[in-house]
Design a protein around this ligand. Sequence first.
Ligand code: GDP
Length: 174
Amino acid sequence: SESGNTYYRVVLIGEHGVGKSTLASIFAGVPDTLDSDLLGGRFYLHSLLLIYSTTLTIILYGRQGQDNMIQDHCMQVGDAYLIVYSITDRASFEKASELRIQLRRARQTEDIPIILVGNKSDLVRCREVSISEGRACAVVFDCKFIETSAAVQHNVKELFEGIVRQVRLRRDSK
Ligand code: GDP
């Protein structure tokens, strides 16, 4: 971006209810999502975060409705993407594949850092998507994979560190 290498826009996409807001809130250290009036109030913008002396903006998509304009916008603005599904919800896993295809279409020529995130790993008895399915999917997606639990805060820090590391690696190699 204009400000050099210190401004990263990480976009979380995924089906409603998979835990995007919860993940972002933990990382941001803020309890509430800022419900902005942007784009008709269906655009959720999290506060600016300081990590590694880096400013990271988190934008959440898919919290309500499936507005095409918002979706197109989100597919354009990210420096990096977290495609989130819930391990307890197979439909959300299938949605992740759809989103990966849309992202590829929107940003064809770019090498964008992406992590496939299987959230709610604490809900072991409700699991509908195995770890190996998640891993295999990430191979197809050509991206990294991690399972997280926002509820017990497992792998959340690792997730955000991972995405920032990937953005940096790509920028440093240019
Ligand atoms: P979003 O629509 O993707 O932003 O999903 P939310 O962050 O609003 O989460 C949806 C629901 O799932 C909320 O009730 C959360 O408390 C719950 N939730 C989110 N992450 C986890 C998790 O890792 N484990 C469990 N057990 N519940 C979670």
